[in-house]
Design a binder for this molecule. Sequence first.
Ligand SMILES: C[S@@+](CC[C@H](N)C(=O)[O-])C[C@H]1O[C@@H](n2cnc3c(N)ncnc32)[C@H](O)[C@@H]1O
Length: 477
Amino acid sequence: MSDNRSSTNARPSSNVNHNGKRRADEGQDDLPQPYNASSLQPVKRRAVSPSDQPRKQKRPGARARISESQREAIQRRQVERDRESASAYEEHNSMRGNHDVVRQHYNSVPERGREWRTRDSKIKGLRVFNNWIKSCIIQRYSPDEDHTPGSREAGHSSGKELLVLDMGCGKGGDLNKWQSAPQPVQLYVGLDPADVSITQARDRFRNLSSRGGRGGHHRRPPPRLFDGRFYVKDCFGESIESLEIIQQVGFDPSPMNRRGFDVVSMMFSMHYAFESETNARNMLRNVAGALKKGGRFIGCIPNSDVLGEHVRKWNEEHAAKKKAAEEAKANGTAPDEEPAEEKEEGEADDDEPPADPGAEWGNSIYRVRFPGKTPEDGIFRPAFGWKYNFFLDEAVEEVPEYVVPWEAFRALAEDFNLELQFHRPFLDIWEAEKDDRELGPLSERMGVRERGGGPLLISDEEKEAASFYLGFCFYKV
Ligand SMILES: C[S@@+](CC[C@H](N)C(=O)[O-])C[C@H]1O[C@@H](n2cnc3c(N)ncnc32)[C@H](O)[C@@H]1O
């Protein structure tokens, strides 16, 4: 899901904070020096309010006299609390388990270079198509409302440069797209829990710097390369507020945030947050906290309408097959069953009804498989924890992902003052933008379609895999 390209002025690095201590959560060897643009000041820490201080006991040491029934009630409550915390611990551990699987998977995906991705990959059509879609979203929705289109080409920009936060930045596949954004970028911060990916993103950024910001598919001369920062960070299981750069830019989830990033981008990564309501809320708090008022939250995720429709059809077909088998059995027309094999001692009892199989579909390049029962009507309720395994040839190996039920996501985003601006399936974005003055020729240079406004150069199977996604943009109001 990424591409490769170029640029200038990478700043020197240090991984030492203001106290001269190594920043443990960043896990990197050579961080750029603390950001020193005059507009960015560290936020002041809130003093602990009296109500946050531990309460003093009125009669320290005094022992309460309690009856037998009170003692039993206390013991019962204690047992109850222990049970609750044990199940919360188990839930936390299983979530950490999935998180580690995802992190390890992305860490192990080899970086094979642009040549391979654009020439030899079996899914090269899908890769360039997805990259073109991401470019469209960045081109259309990253600029400020008052940015004058075309001012960059004409050589005069409004002077205001963007602060961009990329959550789940992976190997830095979007760096070039940001270098070609209509409104120039001043600062790009990339966060991802996969440490190997972060190292590769930082290398890619250095490469871009050494090539003077040149590369990729855009024709116009590149401007000075932005300042790039990369940190190992889980953006869904915890707050990103602890990162110094986030504090410097400004973090405040309230609608009053006048400081903060202009854009938060989450390309192909947000669905991992829908493992639980807690993680989805953490994620949105991080987005809303990092964005300034008027800032944009852009991204792409699997389309829950597509997932729901496949699930509904699969359940319908499964129910029809089951009914036909039952009827055949009742009529005595069922094919003869194989004689039951003798069981070994200790072998599980095969007479138990088999676990309900999950919905499954795909083609030779992608596959979706739900491990358990799915909603018959294809509507995912409750909104969190609908796990499926996703396989994409050469890119994603059976990694657990989570359905993002669109309406639930949109309603939750509103709780965080994020208002929907745009939401479209990938193939509709293609139809809407393919003949645009800038994006049309870009699609030809990238090899998404034939020259001269020709047809899409992706196979039907790649097209089906692409139709799995949608793009979105929210505004922080
Ligand atoms: C399909 S890759 C997309 C990478 C990049 N955004 C792109 O479009 O090329 C998904 C990324 O989400 C990241 N991710 C998974 N869990 C995350 C989390 N809790 N916080 C932030 N990123 C996460 C993965 O490590 C991985 O790099």
